[in-house]
Design a protein. Structure first.
Length: 270
């Protein structure tokens, strides 16, 4: 740990770290921001090899001892900084006193999907909160991987990272150029691709048919437009989540959570 406390919020290093809030800079440097004690804790616990430096305040927060220990055990550089410096580094309005810089990674589709039974494919998902929540739900449901396809938001966007609350570091996350490539990779790994779509078969019918008990890759489309006809045609089938009340629809993250868990239940009941 460095003895000197970083205090210049306008230094070149602080500006460079803050620039990682922009996709262009993340791609150029191969680095991304991890903010908040929960996300940094999960980064250090599950992917310490990705961690470059952790910056924390000296506020005596309840998480400080654990973060310090995890960083020390992993041999990760730990530096103290003033609240003003942490704020300048952070993308959040009210930072929580800890920021880490981590190295981006590219997972191999063949390796990540080998033996997979449950996968989430996000196609043109633009909202970082939705993307992060679906990734978190996939992690909770025991999914083997999450694929960001097409023009989806960058999974290393600071808001996506925060909304996953650490799940980003628990399972393989892939980025592929097109939905077709994502579906093909899943199919080659032995998964059936099912599109979540209001024009699809009823979920209860699919459950009764046993289609959810085998390896499944769910395809989730854009929050506003859903999946186009061409997108749906890439999948092996499409499924709709029934609405029994008066709600017009469910948002993407809620619907994805239900479908992922329904599949997890089906796969574990046999």
């Amino acid at each position: 740990m460095a003895d000197e406390i970083l205090s210049n919020s306008k230094s070149e290093r602080v500006r460079r770290i803050a620039s990682l809030a922009r996709k262009k800079e993340r791609q150029f440097h191969g680095r991304f921001l991890v903010e908040g004690p929960q996300a940094v804790r999960e980064l250090l616990a599950h992917r310490p090899e990705l961690t470059e430096t952790v910056y924390t305040t000296l506020g005596g927060e309840s998480w400080q001892v654990e973060i310090d220990r995890l960083a020390s055990d992993a041999g990760v550089r730990l530096e103290r900084a003033t609240p003003e410096v942490i704020s300048a580094m952070s993308e959040t309005v009210n930072p929580q006193g800890v920021v880490a810089v981590a190295r981006s990674w590219e997972a191999s589709a063949a390796e990540a999907l080998s033996g997979a039974r449950l996968v989430a494919i996000l196609h043109e998902i633009r909202d970082p909160g939705n993307a992060g929540t679906v990734l978190r739900a996939a992690d909770a449901a025991g999914a083997d991987a999450v694929i960001f396809a097409g023009a989806s938001i960058d999974p290393f966007h600071p808001k996506v990272v925060r909304s996953t609350t650490g799940s980003l570091f628990h399972l393989p996350v892939l980025v592929v150029p097109t939905l077709g490539e994502a579906v093909e990779a899943a199919r080659e790994a032995g998964l059936s691709a099912l599109a979540a779509d209001v024009r699809g078969s009823d979920l209860l019918e699919m459950r009764a048919s046993g289609a959810l008990a085998g390896p499944v890759a769910w395809v989730f489309g854009n929050e506003a437009r859903g999946l186009s006809e061409a997108d749906r045609a890439l999948a092996d089938g499409s499924v709709r989540l029934p609405i029994y009340g008066a709600a017009e629809s469910l948002n993407l993250a809620t619907a994805a959570s239900v479908l992922l868990y329904e599949t997890a239940f089906s796969q574990r009941s046999r």
